[in-house]
Design a protein around this ligand. Structure first.
Ligand SMILES: NC(=O)c1ccc[n+]([C@@H]2O[C@H](COP(=O)([O-])OP(=O)(O)OC[C@H]3O[C@@H](n4cnc5c(N)ncnc54)[C@H](O)[C@@H]3O)[C@@H](O)[C@H]2O)c1
Length: 254
């Protein structure tokens, strides 16, 4: 299959829905084999079916990105099934506005779980995935940050914010360490995106309030973030590593 990712294989966490699913569809359209790694088996299988219906190749592998054994197995599943891995897209994340609030209101269990899913996941995915990229002769690691890591908000989600902030530093460290292996590492900071992650919180009133603070006047569609991940995964970004791409409709520029 022709395309910007022809012959490549992408391991995408949280590809069962939202931005990750769009990335799976887009990467497959561009010729990549896609490993759909998600904790939700039905969602992952649905993404695989959508990719296959459009003529692409995908594999569902189920597990929790916070757990070492699960990530080791999911990476191995992908590498065994497709014979290589070229892209690691550490996309899975959770935003639990009910339990993850200001440090004054968050309990230890919620803090630890939010940090594990949003930050420790990147540790496991890169620990087990980078050796596969090395075997493939190089590749692209994409981490998922957030505008939450770039500014404080009075409606705080402190564990989420701290995890996303730490991913910025990890991006730079990985970029420097593995440049010699022709492995690039970059981070995307989306603004608000219309996905199942936001759905429980996004009342019409809140959507209008958010949109009034976004210069482009609307929240993003998942494809508008996935397309930036495609750019970073592809050779179009061959000279980019250690970079932060803010994709927020101008929100943090204001
Ligand atoms: N939606 C936004 O407004 C927004 C804004 C900034 C950053 N982001 C980031 O983008 C990424 C994707 O967000 P989204 O909005 O598409 O989310 P989403 O909730 O729509 O989808 C997330 C996917 O991750 C999976 N997942 C959750 N926990 C997991 C776990 N422990 N192990 C494996 N899979 C797990 C879910 O099953 C789901 O398929 C996240 O890292 C999020 O923090 C999203």
């Amino acid at each position: 299959m022709a395309g910007r990712l022809a012959g490549r294989v992408a391991f995408i966490t949280g590809a069962g829905m939202g931005i990750g699913r769009e990335a799976a569809l887009l990467f497959a359209e561009e010729g990549a084999g896609v490993v759909v790694a998600d904790i939700d088996a039905n969602a992952a299988k649905e993404t695989v079916a959508l990719v296959e219906r459009r003529g692409g190749r995908a594999l569902a592998t189920i597990g929790d990105v916070a757990l070492e054994a699960d990530v080791r197995r999911m990476v191995a599943d992908g590498a065994r099934s497709f014979g290589r891995l070229d892209v690691l897209y550490n996309n899975a994340g959770v935003l639990w506005k009910d339990r993850d609030r200001s440090v004054l209101e968050t309990d230890e269990k919620s803090w630890d779980r939010v940090i594990a899913i949003n930050l420790k996941s990147a540790f496991w995915v890169t620990k087990y995935g980078i050796p596969e990229l090395r075997r493939a002769g190089g590749g692209s690691v994409i981490l998922m940050g957030s505008v939450s890591a770039l500014a404080g908000f009075t409606r705080a989600q402190d564990a989420y914010t701290a995890a996303k902030g730490a991913l910025i530093s990890l991006t730079k460290s990985l970029a420097i360490q593995f440049a010699k292996d022709r492995i690039r590492c970059n981070i995307i900071h989306p603004g608000i995106v219309d996905t199942p992650l936001q759905a429980p919180y996004l009342t019409e009133a809140l959507r209008r309030e958010f949109e009034s603070g976004i210069p482009l006047g609307r929240i993003a569609q998942p494809r508008e973030i996935a397309s930036v991940a495609l750019f970073l995964a592809s050779d179009d970004a061959a000279f980019m590593t250690g970079a932060e791409l803010v994709v927020d409709g101008g929100f943090t520029a204001g």
